[in-house]
Ligand binder design. Sequence first.
Ligand SMILES: NC(=O)c1ccc[n+]([C@@H]2O[C@H](COP(=O)([O-])OP(=O)(O)OC[C@H]3O[C@@H](n4cnc5c(N)ncnc54)[C@H](O)[C@@H]3O)[C@@H](O)[C@H]2O)c1
Length: 341
Amino acid sequence: MRSIAVLGAGSWGTALAVHLARTGHQVRLWDVDGANLARMEEERENRKFLAGISLPDGIKVQPQLERALDSVDAGLFVVPSHAIRAAGEAVAATGHTCLWVCATKGLEIGTLKRPTEMLSQVLADPDTVLLVGASHAEEVSRGIPTSVVAAARDEARARQVQAVCSTTRFRVYTNTDVAGCEYGAALKNVIAIAAGMCDGLGYGDNTKGALLTRGLDEITRLGVAMGGRRETFYGLTGMGDLITTAMSRHSRNRLVGERLGRGETLASIIGSMVMVAEGVNTASAARALGQRRGIELPLTEQVHEILVEGKSARDAFETLMSRDLKSEEWKGGAGVVTPEG
Ligand SMILES: NC(=O)c1ccc[n+]([C@@H]2O[C@H](COP(=O)([O-])OP(=O)(O)OC[C@H]3O[C@@H](n4cnc5c(N)ncnc54)[C@H](O)[C@@H]3O)[C@@H](O)[C@H]2O)c1
C-alpha cells in the first residue's frame, strides 16, 4: 500500500483517486475549489464532476495542500493544462518532494510547452512521469477495463507507476518516449472536436473514418517534428486515445465539436459546460507549433478557424475537401519529418 496525493478533484482526478483507493492505496484528494471539496466530504461523492460514484473510505478529502502532500510516496497532478503551472508552483512552494506524476493532457498557450515540461521546470524534477492513454473518467470509475501508459525517460520510474496503478481492470504499459506520448494525448483532442463536427453536421462513417485517419497523420507529423517517435503515435496515447475520444459519448471535446456542427457558438457552448475541453486551447497551441516548425496541419487549421474566427463547420469541411489533390503514399524513413499534409 502506498500513500498518494491526487492534486485536482475534477472528473479525472476523482476517478483516479477512486481507482487508487479501490486498489488499496491511501489517497489524499486536494483541489483549489474548497467549496466542492467540502461538499464531497459531506456527501462522499463528487456530484459536480463525477456523479453517482461513491468515494471509498481510502480517500481522504484534504483542502490543505501541505497536509495533502505530507509524507506521500507520490503526487499525481490532474488539473487542466491551463492550471498546471500554477498547481506546480503551489506544490513547489511547500518544499515537499516525492515521485511526481502528471495526468494532464494539453499544451500551454503562449509557451506551447507540454505539461511535464512545465512541471519539470517548476518542480526542478527532470523526469516527471506522464500517465495518459485511452481513458474516460466515467468508465474508469465504474471499473470498465482500461489501458493507459506511464511514460518517463527513466524506464524504472515508469515501472514504479505501472506497479502502483495496475489492476486487472486498469492495465498500465510503460514507454520512454515521453514527448511522443504527450503530443499524442494532447493533439487528439483537436481531432476529436473535428470528429464531433462531423456528427453535428449529420455526416457519416465515411467522413469520420477519413477524418480519424488524416487526423492521426497530422498528429504524427507534428509529433515527430517535435521529437516524438513515429511508432508511439500508433499506440495507446496516439491512435488508442484518438479512437476513445473521437467515438465517445463521454468526450467533452467531441461534444463541443458536435454542438458547433449543429450551429451553436463556442461562447454559448463553453458557457454551459462545467468541465474543461482541452482541445479548444490545444488547437491554437498546435497551430502555432505547426507554423513555427513549417508543418502543414489542415484539420487543426480549420478547427482553429471555426473556434477563433467563427467559420462555419460546413464551410471548413468544404475547404478540406477542396484542397489540392495529393498522394497518400508515405515516402519517409523512421525519424523523417513529413511537413506536407
Ligand atoms: N475527464 C477525463 O475522462 C480525462 C481522462 C484523461 C485525462 N484527462 C485530463 O485530465 C485533466 C483534468 O481533466 P478533468 O476532466 O478532471 O477536468 P475537470 O474540468 O473535470 O476538473 C478540473 C479540476 O481542476 C481543478 N483546478 C483548476 N485549477 C486548479 C489548480 N490551480 N490547482 C488545483 N486544482 C485546480 C478544478 O477546481 C476542477 O476540480 C485534463 O488535462 C484532461 O484532459 C481527463
